[in-house]
Design a protein around this ligand. Structure first.
Ligand code: SF4
Ligand code: SF4
Length: 366
């Protein structure tokens, strides 16, 4: 498959990337500095995540054996959603995982002990090596997840993709902020909802979302605004009713997650005057019961250029796992045993994972 020109990517647009606008928050260092500088002196433990942790029963965040390797194959996306924590978009074509790095990821899977490979982006399907990566992971007996924005399935290049993924037992985790048009389009761009429904119909047509464990279709919902995710169980019921009744589409389960104060969502929080209140909400909602299931404990995240991170959020904030030599670790160096003794890097953004029912790429935690 040829490399992608931004002009080929006809997807809905909510905004443009911070990078394309040369926005002051485009560098991760500026995002970290903005969060650190917030006056949270009236919040518990002054908004210090490490203090909140140490005051809880858990005390410290310790890694356990790797169960999931999450591979972010690049920042290229056909969409440009307002809440994107990746700052992805059609202009990010240069940041794509190359074949050699994909090979290194596949080699690392054999050493990792992980049972699941979670492929994300950007729109991961736009990476020219996406299918090779899926095939390699499936051949190694891994459960494979494709984090899909749905609209990418409508591109001509993706016509056969639903069936291709289904034939390999790939779980699709598809983002859809709301089952009503207005909520989805306001966050992800005009026309997103219609495109998403069409993509869901195509997935249903090849057997996804119908209770077949080899064609599991999971929807992922995040709040449209500066508030915490709602109750996952009751939202799933509401969404199944709404999408089934009004659009005749089906899915297997719904997971909810909080918006992280990173990248374009951070930009929106700041420009809309919601940043301080949202961070206070996250800090006050710290839930110690979520700590044992935080995804950084059992997941390793790999960036498009092969560096290792505790999670996709640390990846976007450029907080890599460093080796004994003080340098960022590369997927070539992945050693499941030594990673067990690392210290997980945390910061104020982590309150997004521990607030309320908790939040992770697998949904709520408590
Ligand atoms: S949120 Fe997902 S679909 Fe939207 S721009 Fe970011 S990576 Fe693309
Ligand atoms: S942001 Fe990452 S490191 Fe922080 S709590 Fe969440 S998963 Fe763990």
């Amino acid at each position: 498959m040829s490399s992608t020109s931004p002009l080929e990517l006809e997807g809905p647009r909510g905004t443009t990337s911070l990078r394309a606008r040369a926005h002051p928050l485009a560098p991760a260092s500026r995002q970290r500095a903005l969060l650190d500088a917030l006056d949270l002196s009236r919040a518990p433990h002054r908004g210090d995540f490490a203090l909140s942790l140490s005051a809880s029963e858990q005390g410290i965040l310790r890694p356990v054996a790797i169960e999931i390797v999450q591979i972010n194959v690049g920042k290229l996306c056909n969409m440009t959603c307002r809440h994107c924590h990746v700052d992805a978009g059609p202009d990010r074509a240069a940041e794509q995982m190359e074949r050699a790095t994909v090979e290194a990821c596949l080699d690392a899977l054999d050493r990792s002990g992980a049972h699941t490979v979670d492929i994300t982006g950007g729109a991961p399907e736009l990476n020219p090596h996406f299918r090779y990566l899926v095939e390699g992971a499936v051949a190694r007996g891994k459960h494979v997840i494709d984090r899909c924005n749905l609209s990418v399935l409508l591109l001509p290049r993706s016509r056969d993709l639903p069936e291709w993924l289904g034939d390999r037992g790939v779980e699709i985790v598809a983002s859809l902020p709301h089952w009503r048009r207005r909520g989805t389009d306001s966050q992800r761009g005009e026309g997103t909802f219609g495109a998403s429904i069409e993509a869901l119909r195509r997935l249903n047509a090849v057997g996804y979302g119908r209770g077949d464990s080899r064609k599991r279709l999971t929807l992922m919902a995040n709040p449209v605004g500066a508030f915490l995710a709602g109750n996952q169980t009751s939202l799933e019921r509401e969404w199944k009713d709404g999408l089934g009744r009004e659009h005749g589409v089906r899915f297997d389960r719904l997971i909810t997650l909080n918006n992280m104060p990173i990248s374009r969502y951070l930009e929106w929080l700041e420009s809309s005057g919601n940043l301080h209140a949202y961070m206070e909400t996250l800090v006050r909602a710290f839930n110690p019961a979520t700590v044992s299931d935080l995804m950084c404990r059992n997941t390793i995240s790999v960036s498009w250029d092969g560096r290792l991170f505790d999670c996709d959020f640390n990846q976007m904030l450029e907080i890599p796992i460093v080796g004994e030599d003080g340098r960022p670790m590369h997927v070539r160096d992945l050693d499941a045993g030594s990673l067990l003794s690392r210290r997980i890097a945390t910061g104020r953004h982590c309150f997004g994972c521990t607030a309320g029912a908790g939040s992770s790429c697998g949904g709520s935690l408590a």
